[in-house]
Structure formats: structure tokens, C-alpha cells
Design a protein around this ligand. Structure first.
Ligand code: ZN
Length: 134
């Protein structure tokens, strides 16, 4: 079972919780046990699982990435000025896989699924959720 949805972003670098949307897709899939894959179809965005109960964690992740990977000093910047966005997306990665049990994502108490925007704002970031019965 597969479901695609889009979200819009409002900042150049931003981490957005998509947990509720993915949970809804898992519930509607009717799959009781299996795997859920979340994949973002872009070269300058990523998917991460971490805590956002304290929103400072997401800000800290972005601050760390911005410090490690500054803007404007890479070869690809001559093409469209967003090499740092590509590098950040490559490090975090475009997907995550989560076990499903009793029709629920088996996330830990402090884990949330989040979209990382590294080259926003964008009107459409496309995310595909695939649920495999297992
Ligand atoms: Zn580019």
C-alpha cells in the first residue's frame, strides 16, 4: 500500500513534524504488522527521526549542519547556489523505515518523523509512504 502527500515549507532550513500524517496513513492502510517506509522525493530535503518535544533539538541539528556545511563555498554553487542544501540532504538521507505492530508505528517515546527542509521555502515537497505487510 502506498500513499503520497505534499507539504509546503516556509523557511530555507526547517524541520517539520509529519508524524500525525504518517500515523493516519498507517491506520488507514489496515496493515497490522509490517514495515513503513517514508521517502522524500527531493535532493535538498531529508527525513529524520528524532525528538521534537523540545523544539530546540531541531534548531540544534540545523545549527550544527549550518556550522559544518556553510553556504557558498562548493563547486555546485556555480550551478544554482544550493550545494550546502544537497550536502545536508545527503548526510541526513531521504528515507526512514519503521516497524508497524498492531497497526501502530513502533516509535520510541521521544521519537517523531520529521521532514528536513534544506532549500526552502518550497510550495510542494512530496513524501511517499509505503507500507508492506510482513
Ligand atoms: Zn542544486
Amino acid at each position: 500500500m502506498q500513499h503520497t502527500f505534499t507539504i509546503n515549507t516556509s523557511q530555507r532550513m526547517e524541520i517539520i513534524d509529519i508524524n500525525r500524517k504518517v500515523e493516519e496513513i498507517v491506520t488507514n492502510s489496515g496493515v497490522k504488522e509490517g514495515l513503513c517506509s517514508i521517502f522524500v522525493q527531493h535532493a535538498t530535503a531529508a527525513i529524520v527521526i528524532n525528538e521534537n518535544y523540545d523544539p530546540n533539538i531541531c534548531l540544534d541539528i540545523n545549527d550544527m549542519l549550518a556550522k559544518l556545511i556553510p553556504q557558498g563555498k562548493w563547486r555546485h554553487d556555480q550551478v544554482d547556489g544550493n550545494a550546502d542544501s544537497h550536502i545536508k540532504a545527503a548526510i541526513i538521507g531521504p528515507s526512514e523505515t519503521i516497524p508497524v505492530k498492531n497497526s501502530k508505528l513502533q516509535l520510541g517515546r521521544w521519537q517523531s518523523i520529521m521532514l528536513c527542509e534544506f532549500d526552502g521555502p518550497r510550495s510542494e515537497r512530496t513524501i511517499t509512504v509505503t507500507i508492506i505487510k510482513g
